[in-house]
Ligand binder design. Structure first.
Ligand code: URA
Length: 428
């Protein structure tokens, strides 16, 4: 086999054979294909796409590049959730303990933030003592004893994807539906969950800017999961505006704890409950009521045990930023737009996110949103509070917010503003 033939095949928009795909993935994992050749192939795939048959084989080859986890010793059915990422997306934090409180085992392998999107592990690391890195045995132990675990994926899981994703990140080849679908699903299938609910985001703060692209990504992933025996469904959800009222690590943990205490912003509660119902349904648990588990404190109990089992102190004071800067509303009226991408970039510039995987993040940095689209605002009143430990960052964060919002008179808003629902579609 020859990688140049594979590159030429995709360059000319033809189909790779199954043995070609198996060979390319194995040879790349073993270091027998140079990065410049693999990036040429990734670019040809980005430009010319892949057939469903190619995507299925590519995914299977990436799964086979590493180990598969085994949860068959657990007595509870397993259910996992994956979000394609967004701004203010802290849903995993309340969701995993909630679904565990309802009877499923939730093995939640999560990632770190990159660019304008946040990462679940960065958020949880703002809790003093909490550890993201667990051995497979520790992970199973936490899952067995508390019902939920949120941790980093081990190096043995889909190593081909780890290498390829890092390469795509620096070669402008992330935004390819076949490559995103196979990347996400190879890790989720290798993880060994019995069922999976995908939260595929659409909008300015998401990978997929349009609902049509999000739908294609969702249906590709749902098909891959079901073909591998993982019961998979997807919700398409809004990411034109940030979720909840915070974007940033410790700020989002605080908001998640509010949800677990029975409060929290309405959109976060709505999406958490919708995903919990999907996960329980996919796991075959029909007699649980997630709204009750939030109200009666049982989800909070699982959260506390899960955090403590990973070395965290659930009662510890969370970090608070040393400096704050308030952005006030320039006019009175109705907030008709608050752009997720701009808020994500502004939070990143404050120190909440990272430009390269190795960069540190500030636990306390981020943005509080005092109004959401549809809310009335008053000139001179706080619209956003920016948090950072490094105040020299305020200027570039404020710059990122220059075109982030629109305020209209109530009359204009009644004509031009239509609220977008959080859940846009369901794909099964
Ligand atoms: N997340 C992943 O795990 N892979 C991608 O390709 C994109 C997002």
């Amino acid at each position: 086999m020859n990688v140049i033939d594979a590159i030429r095949t995709k360059r000319d928009a033809k189909e790779l054979t199954a043995p070609q795909i198996d060979w390319v993935i194995a040879a790349y994992t073993e270091g027998k294909i140079a990065d410049e050749q693999m990036s040429a192939l990734a670019m040809a795939i980005l430009l010319n796409g892949m057939t469903r048959r190619e995507i299925a084989r590519w995914t299977a080859a990436m799964i086979d590049s590493g180990e598969r986890m085994d949860f068959t010793t657990l007595t509870r059915p397993t259910a996992d959730k994956h979000s394609t990422g967004g701004v203010g997306d802290k849903i995993t934090l309340p969701l995993a303990p909630l679904v565990a409180a309802c009877g499923a085992a939730v093995p939640q392998l999560s990632g770190r933030g990159l660019g304008h999107t946040g990462g679940t592990l960065d958020k949880l690391e703002s809790i003093p003592g909490w550890r993201a890195l667990l051995s497979n045995e520790e992970m199973l132990g936490v899952l067995d004893s508390t019902g939920a675990v949120i941790c980093a994926a081990g190096d043995g899981l889909a190593p081909a994807d780890k290498k390829l994703y890092a390469l795509r990140d620096v070669t402008g080849t992330v935004e390819s539906i076949p490559l995103i679908a196979s990347s996400i699903m190879s890790k989720k299938i290798a993880e060994g969950t019995g069922s999976l609910v995908l939260d595929v985001k659409a909008g300015s703060g998401a990978f997929m800017k349009t609902v049509e692209d999000a739908r294609e990504l969702a249906s590709t992933m749902v098909e891959l999961g079901n073909d591998h025996g993982v019961r998979t469904v997807a919700l398409l959800t809004d990411m034109d505006t940030p979720l909840g009222r915070t974007a940033g690590n410790a700020l989002e943990v605080r908001e998640s704890v509010e949800v677990l205490a029975g409060g929290g912003p309405a959109d976060v509660v709505e999406l958490t409950l919708a995903l919990a119902r999907e996960m329980l349904d996919a796991a075959g648990i029909s007699d649980a009521d997630p709204a009750k588990a939030l109200a009666d404190g049982s989800a909070m109990d699982v959260w506390r045990r899960m955090i403590a089992a990973q070395g965290g102190d659930p009662d510890a004071e969370l970090p608070r930023s040393r400096e704050q800067h308030v952005v006030t509303a320039p006019a009175s009226g109705v907030l008709t737009r608050l752009d997720a991408y701009d808020v994500g970039v502004a939070a990143w510039r404050l120190g909440a996110g990272r430009a390269r995987k190795e960069d540190p993040v500030q636990a306390a940095a981020g943005i509080e949103l005092h109004a959401k689209p549809g809310d009335r605002v008053t000139a001179g009143e706080p619209l956003l509070t920016l948090h950072t430990d490094t105040p020299e960052r305020f200027e570039e964060s404020v710059e990122a917010l220059a075109d982030a919002y629109d305020i209209r008179t109530p009359d204009e808003a009644s004509v031009s503003y239509t609220p977008r629902p959080i859940i846009l579609d369901r794909i099964s």
